[in-house]
Design a protein around this ligand. Structure first.
Ligand code: ADP
Length: 477
């Protein structure tokens, strides 16, 4: 049994802005099911403190010289019972608004200190300096918010844990002014291009990539893509140099949370043997969203951050033609103000055919996944992507671009065992043609049913991937 600390800045259902929260909930649970002693470390945001009813203080200590002491709380994750340590530092984490940004959308100016602290506490828990009786043998870091952990580990007393850095999205790097190294107590000797420096700044992500024992990305295709200029966001040189330590392990999904036969967010539940019920869910969704209630209108779904990465500008370009031919669209998301404005405008123009909900809404995301016919994910890049897997599992075949985890998880409908509709070119025309093809298939009941069933029967759970992570841990311990 290996002692693993999984450090992360978000975890479902306590706090979530994206796929990282889903992975942070389900991968540790899957590792626990394989018999490992895995524990989480997360920041004590107010949402987290409120959600965890039973918790106890297990340590009080200072993280940086001269700073007020913080507390480490111990609790269990709801649903899975995975042990979780909460870094309770109210001055830094108990704030109204999001984990990374304030209400108007700007980053918290002290994010380097907030996540530097998280990174350092993870390193302490993986060393002889651990403030509690438990010491991790392996620290699994996730994204830039935990990128300094492998650096701090080097500064701790032996024995020290090995570290794995998972990159969920290389576009988010946590690059900050170099002056932060003083407050974060990183020795100046580490500030160079072979250390924590990235073009004159302190880079949390680069630090993780440089110092971790192994680097993992969330799909094999993305692991290749980020070693090239176009998708490496400046890290391609480092990643190519460390090629032998870089691998891709496809994320799984939480099969209990995303099960259309038991989903607590759905009015109408269904499974492979009872797809007629899915149509009832569609009618309920149309009604709820103010769309024309029409069983035969192909209903397209989007649940996404509304950003350039997700290719949702391409969709805006080709929608009028598709809507004029009778399709409907249900969008749930938030993100760039300009995207939000354009989607809301579209909903106004196509009232009864387009519904746009701006915001984060867990229940509606499940209802859209279940109630739409075809799910759209035309991402320019997609490290893994979870929604396409939810779509397949809910009998809502996805339209995806052949990139990253989308390429690794969706089999094109033109092939045997097809589970979705795949296109290559990141352009509006290719997207439009592919959606048209998906709609043609939808109108041919037998073909569509076959694609739906292939997707619903596909194994998208965590068992296999958790096993691969375990093999990776064992290879470095
Ligand atoms: P990313 O992490 O890049 O945003 P993923 O597809 O990996 O994209 O994961 C996104 C996760 O966040 C999914 O669980 C998705 O259902 C959820 N999600 C995204 N936007 C919303 C929203 N507006 N409301 C509810 N859930 C959302």
């Amino acid at each position: 049994m290996t002692r693993i600390l999984f450090v992360t800045s978000e975890v479902h259902p306590l706090i979530k802005t994206g796929g990282l929260a889903d992975v942070s909930a389900s991968l540790p649970a899957a590792l626990q099911a394989l018999g490992e002693d895995v524990r989480l470390l997360i920041p004590g945001y107010n949402q987290v403190l409120d959600a965890l009813k039973t918790k106890k203080v297990v340590a009080t200590f200072s993280v940086f010289t001269g700073q007020a002491p913080v507390r480490l709380l111990s609790a269990k994750m709801p649903n899975t019972n995975v042990p979780v340590y909460v870094l309770d530092a109210p001055e830094y984490f108990c704030r109204v608004a999001g984990p990374y940004q304030y209400q108007l959308g700007g980053d918290w100016p002290d994010n380097p200190m907030r996540f530097g602290m998280l990174s350092k506490v993870a390193a302490m828990l993986g060393s002889a300096d651990s403030p509690i009786a438990w010491q991790a043998e392996l620290v699994h870091c996730n994204d830039w918010q935990t990128g300094l952990t492998p650096v701090y580990l080097q500064l701790m007393s032996a024995p020290r844990a090995k570290s794995v850095m998972t990159v969920h999205n290389i576009a988010f790097q946590g690059n900050f002014d170099r002056d932060w190294i003083k407050a974060l107590e990183i020795p100046a000797a580490h500030f160079n291009m072979h250390g924590v420096e990235f073009h004159g700044n302190l880079s949390f992500l680069k630090s993780g990539l440089q110092y971790a024992d192994r680097i993992v990305t969330v799909s094999p295709t993305y692991a290749h893509e980020i070693q090239a200029t176009e998708m490496g966001y400046g890290m391609q040189g480092l990643l190519t140099a460390r090629k032998a330590d870089v691998s891709g392990i496809l994320n799984g999904i939480d099969e209990d949370e995303w099960d259309a036969s038991t989903d607590k967010h759905l009015e109408v539940r269904y499974d492979v043997s009872d797809l007629a019920q899915k149509t009832q869910g569609k009618l309920a969704l149309q009604k709820r969203l103010g769309l024309e209630v029409n069983e035969h209108a192909p209903l397209l779904g989007v649940v996404s951050r509304l950003t350039y990465q997700k290719g949702l500008d391409l969709l805006l370009e080709c929608l009028p033609t598709l809507l004029d031919s009778g399709a409907q669209l249900a969008v749930l998301g938030s993100g760039d103000a300009e995207f939000e404005r354009r989607y809301l405008q579209l909903a106004q123009r196509y009232s009864g055919r387009v519904s746009v909900t701006i915001g984060f809404n867990e229940a509606l995301s499940h209802q859209i996944m279940a109630g739409t016919d075809i799910f759209l994910m035309p991402s320019r890049f997609e490290p893994c992507g979870l929604n396409q897997m939810y779509g397949m599992r809910y009998g809502t075949p996805p339209v995806v671009r052949r990139t990253g985890g989308l390429a690794d998880s969706v089999i094109n409908a033109s092939l045997d065992g097809g589970t979705g509709f795949v296109f290559d070119d990141a352009g509006a025309q290719a997207l439009q043609q592919t959606i048209k093809w998906a709609i043609e298939c939808y109108r041919d009941e037998n073909t569509f049913r076959r694609i739906q069933l292939n997707g619903m029967r596909k194994d998208v759970g965590w068992r296999h991937s958790a096993q691969l992570y375990l093999e990776l841990y064992n290879s470095i311990l």
